[in-house]
Design a protein around this ligand. Structure first.
Ligand SMILES: [Mn+2]
Length: 347
């Protein structure tokens, strides 16, 4: 008698049947496009990889598409490390494929951007069943990646290290990080994927890469870094991503004697300002950011961390120069006055 996994109630026979169904509708010479949501997330990307593998396809015969590119730094690191290629979608390009598959998303999401869909894998609730050739939507599942994992487990297909790593990350980012109830499908998938996945690579995905060019920005900033009245205030100048402003702010807070940090960076047409406050009293970074920049931009946050985004033209109108050193000097003056006045601490 075959052993049943001890803590699970998964219906393998149905999944096995679904896999036969899936394979039967994709002809050997069919070109298949796998489409993800705009700005694809790890659940979608890993599910796309899984679907391609289940169909025994490669990137030439079964490419991935999205109408909008991946933007989150962690997700871009995943794309880079796992060498995931996603082509920009267009109605014309997709129309040239024999089959269109969707993962982690369903046809209504695309409105009229899409001619049709033939295969749908998803776990999002709230959609009416569509009239596609093949559909597997399991709204009780924590991730589409755990549905895909079940197809491999049920059919005893081999899962590569790269795919296991992707699926595990997809499942984790979709279900565990949000502290939802951990569902059976997620537990089941983790049990199967963990021994295969590359845990080193998972750690790397969690720590987004910094562009090489940022080293020079950082070296200039660190050379002139000084603490005045418990405050570090610096302007990085032009940055490629706003998480760099955030990382420098966190770093500066570690210096001896520093209780306040204000780090600015020019991102496109905005000045992004990250504020940190280490104070144990009633000092509030969020209140300080609002007091200083609420009138010319969006500003807010918590006790210890806050952020303001000020359009450079509004900064220019109120503060004058938008030259990098002038911004830095003014940033220091503004925060020094704000800290001294204590108007941010509710007194
Ligand atoms: Mn998902």
């Amino acid at each position: 008698m075959a052993a049943t996994p001890p803590f699970l109630h998964m219906d393998y026979s149905e999944t096995k049947q679904k896999l036969r169904e899936l394979r039967s509708i994709v002809g050997e010479g069919d070109r298949v496009a796998i489409l993800m949501q705009d700005d694809p997330d790890p659940d979608a990307m890993s599910s796309a990889m899984a679907l391609r593998a289940l169909l025994g396809r490669n990137r030439q015969t079964t490419p991935f598409f999205s109408f909008k590119p991946v933007t989150r730094p962690e997700n871009r690191t995943m794309v880079h490390l796992l060498e995931i290629e996603i082509e920009p979608a267009s109605v014309e390009t997709l129309a040239g494929f024999d089959k269109i598959a969707m993962v982690d998303v369903q046809p209504p999401y695309f409105d009229n951007r899409l001619p049709r869909a033939d295969i749908v894998f998803d776990h999002h609730p709230g959609y009416a069943p569509s009239t596609v050739l093949f559909e597997d939507v399991r709204t009780k599942y924590g991730a589409t990646a755990s549905i895909m994992t079940e197809y491999f487990v049920a059919s005893e297909e081999r899962i590569s290290e790269r795919l296991a790593t992707a699926l595990l990350y997809g499942i984790r980012s979709d279900s565990l990080a949000l502290s939802r109830r951990v569902t059976d499908d997620v537990l089941q998938a983790i049990v199967h994927l963990y021994p295969i996945a590359n845990l080193n690579m998972l750690r790397q995905i969690d720590r987004p890469e910094i562009p090489q060019s940022f080293a020079r920005v950082l070296s200039r900033v660190l050379a002139r870094l000084e603490t005045t009245d418990r405050l570090v205030a610096v302007n990085l100048g032009k940055v490629e991503r706003d998480d760099m402003v955030v990382q420098v702010a966190d770093f500066c807070l570690q210096f001896e004697g520093v209780e306040w940090v204000a780090v600015a960076g020019k991102l496109g047409r905005d000045l992004v300002i990250a504020v940190r406050c280490y104070g144990t009293g009633r000092d509030s970074a969020g209140e300080a950011a609002k007091n200083l920049f609420g009138d010319i931009g969006s500003a807010g946050g918590h006790h210890n961390m806050a952020k303001a985004v000020v359009p450079l033209r509004k900064w220019a109108r109120r503060e004058g120069s938008i030259r990098d050193r002038a911004i830095e000097a003014r940033l220091r003056e503004l925060f020094t006055a704000e800290i001294a006045a204590g108007s941010h601490n509710g007194n």
